[in-house]
Design a protein around this ligand. Structure first.
Ligand SMILES: C[S@@+](CC[C@H](N)C(=O)[O-])C[C@H]1O[C@@H](n2cnc3c(N)ncnc32)[C@H](O)[C@@H]1O
Length: 429
């Protein structure tokens, strides 16, 4: 790369003194700055090329709040910019707290302010399809002219099945999957708007490619190839928030109502924070352990598909009372369904008759179970049959369950359900 840009000014950031010294010694043309890159936002004139293999650091939820506060104090600039990547209406955007996404936002902003250039980063691949990353994808599609995504897979957090059914290893030997991202902004202050003014689509096209297999094969392929020799699949149309990978689905899928629109009140299942002190095999055991609890407040919840456990709302860090109360009512019925989760999570919905745990369908971190009660507190229905072309909520409820369990529907739309609540075709289609 250095040979191809003989006149370019070359600037590098490294936070560790010994690594910075090593870099300065081996790369004499590069101005190596011993500095925390995220603490500054260099103003550079375009076109700018920002390349990096930034650190990845996600943190488990309990430490997150303190960490977020620390970040906000240390890096007010980048933290304010990160808000641009927040998905609209999404409460759970803790996954955006990965450091590699801060470096993405940082690089994105440098190129944006310079009025053009290229970003090339090696990232945790979760952003390609994650629900929490919908706002990030929309922003990239709106502000760049072309997006190249090379998914190197190899996730042990959310294992995937390679198309040939063989092995799939991580290129770095780490648990999250890996992807190379290239963002191109063609020298216009706002590529998307300029394209829109010229009558073209306002969103960047995404070019996607995959590499599966063992680590050695992936590294050998990377060493022998570049953008021009990669076979890309062009993804155009659709919405900005769509996953940046091909998704097989019925062409009408996006127009159908999703579970989140059909049901008025819904929420994620109860989150205990510590199952061993919140769930019990018998009512007696529960009341013996928590003798201060009002016996009227305890109830049986659906903990796993075939396991009931005694619990009480007061024993959960997030009891989701408003919705779970509807499922505690006598004769309660409802649906439990996933919002995302990998393809290996087989059980994706269940008819329910009581409050549920958020791990009801899977303990995989992205495969949380959501509850959709059929009835509201006043006895009215919580499911609008209208968008399904039906008039009766009971009938609509049976139709939703039947559709979700229909193998033909799953073949046509199963992949799309990995990226959001299932959408249901109106009854006449
Ligand atoms: C994943 S390593 C990549 C190292 C090397 N570039 C490579 O590709 O093999 C990330 C590097 O970023 C440096 N780093 C981490 N946080 C940084 C920050 N805030 N500012 C500058 N450098 C940072 C680390 O010290 C480390 O050298």
């Amino acid at each position: 790369m250095l040979d191809r840009a003989p006149a370019a000014r070359l600037l590098a950031y490294e936070i560790l003194p010994e690594v910075a010294r090593l870099a300065a010694g081996t790369l004499p043309r590069v101005d190596v700055q011993l500095a925390d890159a995220l603490a500054t936002l260099p103003e550079l004139e375009g076109p700018v090329v920002v390349v990096g293999n930034p650190p990845w650091r996600g943190h488990p939820a309990p430490r997150l709040e303190a960490r977020e506060l620390a970040y906000a104090a240390a890096y007010p600039g980048i933290e304010a910019l990160m808000r641009d990547y927040a998905p609209s209406g999404e409460r759970n955007w803790k996954w955006l707290s990965d450091d590699c996404l801060r470096f993405l936002r940082w690089s994105h902003e440098i190129v944006r302010r310079a009025g053009g250039g290229v970003v090339g980063l090696v990232l945790n691949h979760a952003w390609i399809r994650g629900l929490a990353h919908a706002g990030l994808r929309a922003r990239l599609r709106a502000e760049f002219d072309a997006i190249y995504v090379l998914d190197l897979h190899g996730s042990r957090l959310r294992p995937e099945i390679p198309p040939d059914g063989g092995r799939d290893e991580n290129v770095f030997g780490v648990r999250p999957g890996t992807a190379v991202l290239l963002l191109v902004q063609g020298g216009r202050p706002d590529g998307a708007r300029a394209r829109a003014a010229a009558g073209h689509g306002a969103l960047a096209d995404v070019y996607h490619a995959d590499r599966w297999g063992d680590r050695a094969a992936k590294l050998a392929w990377l060493g022998a190839n570049d953008v021009s020799t990669t076979t890309w699949t062009r993804l155009s149309g659709g919405s900005g928030t769509d996953p940046c990978c091909p998704v097989l689905k019925d062409p009408r899928y996006d127009q159908w109502p999703g579970l989140g629109e059909l049901f008025g009140q819904w929420s994620i299942g109860m989150v205990s924070g510590h199952d061993a002190r919140s769930y019990f095999l018998s009512r007696r055991e529960l009341l013996a352990r928590h003798c201060d609890l009002d016996p009227e407040s305890v109830f049986e919840a659906l903990y796993r598909p075939d396991e009931l456990r005694w619990t009480a709302f007061d024993l959960h860090v997030r009891p989701r009372r408003k919705v779970m109360r509807l499922l505690r009512a006598p004769g309660a019925r409802g649906l439990a369904a996933l919002r995302q989760g990998g393809p290996e999570v087989r059980l994706r919905f269940l008819e329910i008759d009581r409050p549920i745990d958020n791990c009801l369908l899977s303990t995989q971190s992205t495969a949380r179970a959501y509850a959709f009660p059929l009835l509201r507190e006043d006895g009215g229905t919580n499911l609008d049959p209208g968008p399904l072309g039906l008039v009766n909520a009971e009938e609509a409820f049976a139709y939703v369950l039947e559709t979700l369990g229909d193998p033909a529907y799953q073949r046509r739309c199963g992949q799309a359900q990995l990226y959001g609540f299932a959408r249901i075709p109106p009854a006449c289609t």
